[in-house]
Design a protein around this ligand. Structure first.
Ligand code: NOJ
Length: 541
């Protein structure tokens, strides 16, 4: 490889531990469950695991509310199990990146328990407190989960800030002692041998609540540079920041190596294209492919020379991509492979969310009783109160609820899809007898093996990692096509995003490298007639 950064040709697999694999029959996925599946991750070609939080937590937001950064939640196992996982991963060449949730803690974290006791408590300033305005809230800032971002605390008669659940008080990054505690904690995990961090809503740490600044606060980049210097900067680790507020102007600042902040970020612009602009994710709008292509191309080009992109369709916060922008009925396999091709063909580090590699779909919710996530439940009752029709609310939840991503991983066609010997804490998608790992591994044409081939290509071919990206046919409303170019070599990626046949033209011939349909080894490109959801990667010859 021409670049020493190991994470550039790597592929990340995200594990949401609660729903991945349960080893002890209590219905909750755990660390030993993950250990038992390392062979599977290795088989796929995983280099890095992003582990969603396994720390001690009262679970108001399934682990994103941490009460002890140094402790493992007993639901997930012990510190010994965690050490064994890190060691076993190392033995098979996989690195673990930990979820770093430091925009907020749990209200049960000892810092907050102390802080709320009195105004002169040494931990008071670790959090953000304000007096009410003449008996009212300090201001109209809203929580991302709905309702005010301010919660009244009886003990001292002041409000504290929480941009998420009221059990997730926001940390005050202005406080130097608090930052020092975070650096110590990060160094603890680095010493334990982790490969880096995924940083939860990191673009919010520079918040200025009095000016109603939530993301991209004035000191954000200063804090990130300090973090870099005090913790991972001189280690060969990988860091990725979750930045919902990133745009092309501020987005490139994070991952420019010269600035010494992060290696890459998750920016979400392309994931917001099917919502009404300026509204919430629940306000649905059909996908416009032209817009999607434009956004990807913009980020590909902006970070081409300086910085690095993360490539993802899914996470524990997003609905399943095959149901969202593919076709989870007649063309589930073809469309899942097409979406994988679009994403893995671009420049950046690809992320796979558990189950994506076997084409897991959204859950068929029929009523609010099927949903459990705090965000979904809050939205349901809020919109009910506001007079939205039940049907519209359920339509939004069926499209976008985070719960879709949190159903049990479908390992086989047996009891609870092989996820647990007991009863799953949440739900198993009823399609598990059809869609599961066991079946995928038995079928050489499965989505799983297609992902495996894509990952392999990335490892073998520097053009996929380093090649320049150029969007083709930007105005076409059904084909997503682009060129990658590297040292005189040219690769064409052509995908029909829809069921309706489409066509695309480029002069010359292509040697087919990968496709979700049978192809001749060499194909003429003028034109290529594309079948439903057809995807082709070929080298121009
Ligand atoms: C982003 C996480 O991905 C999400 O699951 C969580 O609810 C919020 N941050 C708050 O930590």
């Amino acid at each position: 490889m021409v670049d020493e950064k190991w994470w550039k040709n790597s592929v990340v697999y995200q594990i949401y531990p609660r729903s991945f694999c349960d080893s002890n029959g209590d219905g909750i996925g755990d660390i030993n469950g993950i250990r038992s599946k390392l062979w599977y991750l290795k088989e796929l070609g995983t280099d890095i695991i992003w582990l969603s939080p396994v720390y001690s937590s009262p679970n108001a937001d399934h682990g994103y509310d941490i009460s002890d950064y140094y402790g493992i939640s007993p639901e997930y196992g012990t510190m010994e199990d965690m050490k064994a996982l890190i060691q076993e991963c190392e033995n098979c060449g996989i690195r673990i990146i930990m979820d770093l949730v430091v925009n907020h803690t749990s209200d049960e974290h000892p810092w907050f328990v102390e802080a709320k006791k009195s105004k002169d408590n040494p931990y008071r300033d670790y959090y953000i407190w304000r007096k009410g305005q003449a008996g009212n809230l300090p201001n109209e800032l809203e929580s991302c989960f709905g309702g005010s971002a301010w919660e009244f605390s009886e003990e001292t008669e002041e409000y504290y800030l929480h941009f998420y659940h009221k059990k997730q008080p926001d940390l005050n990054w202005e406080n130097k002692a608090m930052r020092k505690e975070i650096w110590n904690m990060m160094n603890f995990w680095i010493d334990m041998g982790v490969g880096g961090f995924r940083m939860d809503v990191i673009d919010m740490i520079g918040k200025v609540p009095d000016q109603k600044i939530k993301e991209n606060g004035p000191k954000l980049h200063e804090y990130l540079r300090e973090m870099n210097q005090e913790t991972f900067g001189d280690k060969n680790l990988m860091t990725v920041g979750e930045c919902w507020g990133a745009n092309i102007e501020n987005g490139s600042l994070y991952s420019d190596p010269e600035r010494k902040e992060l290696d890459m970020i998750f920016q979400f612009e392309q994931m917001l294209v099917d919502q009404v602009q300026g509204k919430k994710k629940w306000d649905l709008k059909p996908l416009e492919l032209k817009r999607l292509k434009q956004i990807f191309a913009k980020w590909q080009n902006a970070l081409d020379k300086k910085g690095w992109n993360s490539l993802f369709w899914n996470s524990h916060d997003l609905p399943r991509i095959v149901s969202r922008w593919g076709n989870d009925k007649a063309y589930r396999v073809e469309s899942a492979k097409m979406l994988a091709t679009v994403l893995h063909g671009m420049k950046g580090t690809p992320y796979i969310y558990q189950g994506e590699e076997i084409g897991m779909t959204n859950y068929p919710f029929s009523g609010i009783e099927d949903l459990m996530d705090v965000e979904s439940v809050n939205m349901y009752y809020k919109r009910k109160q506001m007079g939205y029709p039940e049907e519209d609310i359920m339509k939004s939840l069926c499209a976008k609820a985070r719960d879709h991503a949190r159903t049990s991983m479908q390992w086989d066609g047996g009891h609870e899809a092989g996820f647990t010997k007991g009863t799953s804490w949440y739900r198993v998608n009823p399609n598990y007898t059809e869609i599961n790992v066991k079946k995928a591994l038995e079928d050489p044409d499965s989505i799983f093996y297609y992902y495996k081939r894509l990952i392999h290509l990335r490892k073998e071919e520097p053009i996929l990692v380093f090649g320049r990206f150029e969007l083709l046919c930007p105005e076409d409303e059904s084909v997503f096509a682009y060129m990658r170019e590297w040292k005189g070599q040219k690769w064409l990626v052509v995908c029909n995003f829809y069921e309706k046949p489409a066509s695309f033209s480029y002069s010359g011939k292509g040697r087919v490298l990968l496709s979700n349909y049978e192809q001749n080894p060499v194909i003429g490109l003028a034109p290529i007639n594309l079948r439903p959801y057809e995807a082709v990667i070929c080298e121009l010859i």
